[in-house]
Ligand binder design. Structure first.
Ligand SMILES: C[S@@+](CC[C@H](N)C(=O)[O-])C[C@H]1O[C@@H](n2cnc3c(N)ncnc32)[C@H](O)[C@@H]1O
Length: 479
């Protein structure tokens, strides 16, 4: 597909797009409830906010199909925009729910007072033997006995909190406390145990960690609520668990109802570099969230495919063929991710109203020395579904929240620099419905597999199973 003038349509809106600084170097990314919890490849709130200010004027409904911890949802809500997000990682959903709900401040403070009293009396309390934690087979390997005992006490305290929103507030602080007091190296997203020398001196103060998280989060919540209480009618929010690769559940979001999508999809390296499941495993297990160890296989690109698909993006196909000539297995793993991304974009595109926008923040990672043109692929996929390209902004990443070096070949010891630049792809659904429908038929419902020559009607097959597979609560109160 041809890529001509990158900024032509955006120029109509802003005559000097070159003046925009997307780096936000030095800006605090931990304001409001954004301070709650770390997460791999978190979006910068300022990026989501800027996109909403530029392309979400008068927007009523925002959707994030990979909402993670809910950065874009928070930014939507503080602008009075109703927000729906979905993520397959239960811990990410829990954090997103906590960041976007509006608990009563007095109830939070009452529980914090109870918590302070409880930990102050800890020396006289009966010791609690940590019970078995489903999802962690070797609790002594990941937690020192005195740490596990204190975490059990905290868990019992939290389970006693009746109000859902207040309990969520405590659960999020607890999740970070679990991570920081565990034997896993804190500066890694994957689970790596401290070496024996470090373990020998590692003696975390569990209650103090929890207490400092509660204090920090309480201050962020206060600022968030101050904004939210200004709205005469509070915007609604829903955090769902459906997989847009498979479909979107009818009854949650109506076709052509979304004004703007602001999202950052995974980079496609959940198995190698950014392991969401591994990052979440210990906290999720303590919180009793489902299947903490099995998330990464469910995420985009987690399923094996047998032959290279011919996706509707020349630049991407070229890169996949280049990788396949070096390593067909890696090429198939990578292709599985892009095939899922394509199907997800098909379903997301149907939710966006005519004239509505989609903004995707992505990185172009390298595999076997080949740069994967994710920004171009996203643009191509959307164009195939009746969208026009508005602009692709470049953003250098000042403080990397990703490992600085990864293993692109998966060979032990082999490393390469990871991404230092993000691309923000902005597209708009064309106002002409006829074009959209025609494009769906031509590019969306079938593509050819070069390996076996058979045409696959992948999206159509997926749509038929949508109702059965995608389950979530209704959001009919939003629209
Ligand atoms: C880059 S992170 C999003 C981070 C988010 N913007 C934030 O600020 O926290 C990508 C997310 O996509 C989720 N994910 C991966 N595949 C998914 C799928 N098929 N459906 C929904 N979520 C998925 C992962 O669990 C992860 O939370």
């Amino acid at each position: 597909m041809a890529h001509t003038n990158q900024v032509s349509l955006f120029s109509e809106l802003n005559p000097r797009p070159d003046l925009l600084d997307w780096t936000f170097n030095g800006a605090s990314t931990r304001e409001l409830t954004h301070c709650y919890h770390d997460y791999p490849a978190r979006m910068i709130p300022q990026v989501a906010g800027n996109l909403l200010d530029m392309f979400g004027i008068n927007a009523k409904l925002l959707f994030d199909p990979y909402c993670g911890t809910g950065t874009s949802l928070v930014e939507g809500l503080i602008r009075g925009i109703n927000a729906v997000g979905t993520d397959l990682n239960p811990l990410a959903r829990l954090i997103a729910q906590a960041k976007t709900c509006t608990p009563d401040e007095r109830e939070i403070d009452d529980q914090i007072t109870r918590f302070d009293r409880c930990i102050a009396s800890s020396h006289v309390s009966r010791s609690v033997k940590p019970s078995l934690i489903p999802g962690i087979s070797r609790i002594d390997f990941w937690f020192k006995p005195q740490v596990a005992e204190k975490l059990s006490r905290l868990k019992m305290f939290i389970d006693d909190i009746e109000n859902d929103a207040v309990r969520l507030f405590f659960q999020v602080a607890f999740s970070e406390t679990v991570r920081e007091s565990s034997n896993t190296r804190n500066n890694e997203f994957k689970l790596y145990r401290y070496d024996s020398k470090r373990l020998h001196t590692f003696n975390p103060n569990v209650f103090e960690i929890m207490s400092s998280k509660l204090k920090r989060n309480r201050a962020g919540l206060h600022k968030f609520l101050a904004i939210m209480h200004n709205f005469r009618e509070s915007p609604a929010v829903q955090v769902c668990d459906f997989n847009s690769v498979v479909g979107t559940p009818s009854g949650t979001l109506l076709p052509a109802s979304v004004d703007i999508v602001v999202t950052s999809p995974p980079y496609g390296d959940s198995h190698t570099t950014v392991a969401y499941g591994q990052y979440s495993r210990l906290s999720a297990a303590w919180l009793g969230l489902p299947e903490p160890g099995k998330i990464d296989n469910k995420l985009m690109g987690g399923k094996a495919i047998k032959s290279l698909p011919n996706l509707p993006s020349d630049a991407l196909n070229k890169a996949l063929i280049q990788i396949s000539s070096a390593d067909i297995k890696r090429a198939l793993e990578v292709a599985s991710f892009y095939s899922d991304l394509h199907d997800s974009i098909f379903h997301v595109s149907q939710l966006i109203r005519l004239g509505g926008h989609a903004c995707y923040v992505v990185g172009n990672r390298k595999v076997k020395g080949v740069v994967l043109p994710t920004d171009i692929a996203i643009r191509d996929f959307f164009e195939g579904f009746g969208f026009e390209h508005i602009s692709t902004f470049h953003r250098s990443i000042p403080n990397k929240r990703m490992p600085l070096r990864n293993s692109p070949t998966n060979a032990p010891g082999a490393v390469d620099a990871t991404m230092t630049r993000e691309y923000i792809v902005v597209v708009r659904r064309k106002n002409t419905k006829a074009v959209h429908d025609r494009k769906l038929g031509a590019n969306g419902h079938a593509f050819k597999s070069p390996a076996n020559g058979k045409r696959r009607s992948r999206v159509k097959a997926i749509s038929q199973t949508t109702r059965r597979k995608a389950k979530t609560r209704r959001i009919s109160d939003i629209r």
